[in-house]
Design a protein around this ligand. Structure first.
Ligand code: AGP
Length: 608
């Protein structure tokens, strides 16, 4: 999705903005642009394609003089990727420049209204209406013009704005699209995402919905929609700037796959004290936990897959019925939320539009909403009633790996903790599970040691047209994630099926030589899985088996087998997913694809 960076201070702005935009490349984009305040006008340079085109056009920013500006990477929604549709957009006199993340839903009616007043449009974007609308309201008071403009617009937006007659000032607002302001002694920053400014500062303000900010080189002022100044608290982000760099790896995805043992460790260990799980962050008393009658788990994409797996774990350990939903479905289906329901929203970015809408829906119905979120201070983190942070650090690759693993770990903590409080597991089982949980990071590390075999196997199947993943119970959840990982970065068609469903239709797709990845880690379902594998093998499938050490009979059926260490049956997903991440990665690299920035995808989906 789009990215915004702004800077005003004592250094040349354009090189800083370009560097910030490069840190947002992972979000996905198709064009980029800069607007810099110079002595006689606002200078705008825009380019279609990758950021290096803009860098070449501006000599890495050096050709654009000026110490105040805004920059943008655009992911096309309204209008094709092109120079005219790229941001910044300006008013006719080029005295106002705007960059925008989000979608203005009523832009057509605003455009028609402005056209009647004589305004002319050059792009197909919804954003251009903002520049002209600001122009129509601007009489020397930027806050007033911005507030009036906000009142007219519906949809979601984070805006960075320059007014030529307000030298050294960057203005910003947000509604349902993230925006932060960073403060340093050498100037102040605006950004849609933390990594853009992490090199310069960890001290940030989170702009809240319907707030307006005026940023000067040494001043930051916040206003509400009534144009009254408001006080905000500064937050310190605990991510390292190096964490958002490749650190010698060819791709962020591989680096992040390798960071999983640490990420899982960082998520689990602060919550286990003297062998006991401590989850004060849930903001729920033991009594409230005992009273929970229903849990709803909601997310999109991989976060949804975590929900699918967590359902098995939490139902088994805490004996609470868990309903799993895609956020995009939950938000529109008028869900029935019983009294004493807990709603858990899972999101890496904390900014996924559908997940935010699902959160609001759940809150409006009176449920306690717990966010499992990676980005500190993100919208879901702030709007949920309580937050359990995953400590994965910045995740740059579009394909999630370490965030997924930490989300699973967070769900295990909840399942075991609830089980103990509700006495649905014995003290002995509780202790065993806590001990086993603490061993997970080492076991993940061991699985990573098998990467050469997986690479060899991935090369063999890199030219596949279709690949199927099957599993039962928790292994079905793992299969869903393995299949998504593969299709999003390798562009190979893939489907995941609950193995018991095969005979209800899917088996007709199995042909000679087709790869079927069979995940079979669950002891009580192992024999059933072997039967399903035999069924597809007898129809010509080539079988990759994925199971735990000890289940060596797998080799009687599978053509190629990967083993993962034994662990508690509830946690096997955390180990089995690793070879599937590696498989997807190596298939994609064998096909010569850009694994970190797959086509058509964005890291955080901040529009519906
Ligand atoms: C997974 O690899 C994806 N890139 C995607 O499915 C992602 O998990 C989904 O968009 C949800 O994002 P979130 O966790 O930031 O809400």
């Amino acid at each position: 999705m789009c990215g915004i960076v702004g800077y005003t201070g004592c250094n040349q702005a354009a090189p800083i903005l370009l560097e910030g935009l490069s840190k947002l490349e992972y979000r996905g984009y198709d064009s980029a642009g800069l607007a810099i305040e110079s002595e006689d006008k606002i200078k705008v340079v825009r380019a279609k394609g990758r950021l290096h085109v803009l860098e070449e056009m501006t000599d890495n920013g050096r050709a654009m003089k000026g110490t105040c500006g805004i920059g943008h990477t655009r992911w096309a929604t309204h209008g094709v990727p092109s120079v005219v549709n790229a941001h910044p957009h300006c008013n006719a006199k080029k005295t106002i420049a705007v960059v925008h993340n989000g979608i203005i839903e009523n832009y057509q009616s605003i455009k028609a209204h402005l056209q009647k007043k004589g305004y002319q449009f050059e792009s197909e974007t919804d954003t251009e209406v903002i520049a002209h609308l600001l122009d129509s309201y601007y009489q020397g008071d930027p806050i007033e013009a911005i507030a009036k403009t906000m009142v007219r617009m519906t949809g979601s937006y984070a805006l960075g704005i320059l007014f030529f007659d307000q030298p050294g000032k960057v203005f910003a607002v947000r509604k349902d699209s993230p925006m932060i302001v960073g403060s340093t002694p050498e100037g102040n920053f605006l950004a849609s995402d933390v990594p853009a400014i992490l090199k310069y500062t960890k001290n940030v303000y989170f702009v809240d919905n319907m707030e307006i900010v005026s940023i000067g080189a040494d001043s930051i002022h916040f206003y509400n929609l009534d144009q009254e100044e408001i006080e905000k608290e500064i937050t310190t982000i605990n991510w390292d700037a190096e964490a958002a760099e490749k650190g010698g790896y060819e791709h962020f995805m591989m680096k992040e796959i390798y960071e999983q043992p640490k990420a899982v460790q960082d998520t689990i260990s602060p919550r286990i004290k003297d062998g006991e799980i401590v989850l004060e962050e849930l903001g729920m008393t033991e009594d409230e936990i005992r009273k929970i009658r229903h849990i709803y788990m909601i997310g999109c994409g991989s976060a949804y897959h975590v929900c699918v797996s967590a359902k098995y774990v939490i139902e088994a350990l805490a004996r609470i019925p868990v309903e799993v939903d895609l956020a995009s479905e939950f938000r529109y289906r008028d869900p029935i939320l019983e009294e004493d329901s807990l709603v858990i929203i899972i999101s890496q970015s904390g900014e996924t539009a559908d997940s935010i809408a699902a959160l609001k829906e759940a809150k409006s119905k009176g449920a306690h909403v717990l966010g499992i979120v990676n980005v500190v201070g993100s919208s879901i983190a702030r709007e949920a009633d309580s937050v359990l942070y995953t400590w994965a650090g910045p995740e740059i690759s579009v394909a999630t790996t370490k965030a997924y693993s930490t989300q699973l770990a967070a769900c295990y903590l909840i399942g075991i903790y609830f089980g103990k409080i509700r006495q649905t597991i014995t003290d002995e089982t509780y202790q065993e599970l806590v001990e086993e949980l603490m061993k997970l990071p080492d076991k993940i590390q061991r699985v990573l040691g098998d990467k050469e075999r997986i690479q060899w196997f991935a090369n063999k199947f890199a030219a596949s047209k279709d690949i199927f993943f099957i599993g039962r119970g928790l292994d079905y959840g793992t299969s869903l994630e393995g299949s998504l990982k593969l299709k999003e970065i390798s562009y190979i068609h893939s489907e995941a099926y609950a193995a018991g469903e095969l005979k209800h239709g899917t088996i007709s797709l199995i042909e000679k030589g087709i790869l079927v990845v069979s995940v079979a880690t669950q002891p009580e379902l192992y024999e059933k899985m072997i039967s399903n594998m035999v069924e597809v093998k007898s129809r010509g499938a080539y079988l990759m088996g994925l199971t735990c050490y000890g289940n060596y009979s797998m080799e009687d059926t599978a053509n190629f087998t990967i083993y993962v260490p034994k662990t508690a049956k509830y946690f096997t997903n955390s180990l089995a997913v690793i070879p599937l991440q590696l498989l997807a990665y190596y298939v994609a690299t064998a096909r010569g694809l850009d694994v970190d920035k797959p086509r058509n995808l964005a890291k955080s989906v901040t529009v519906e």
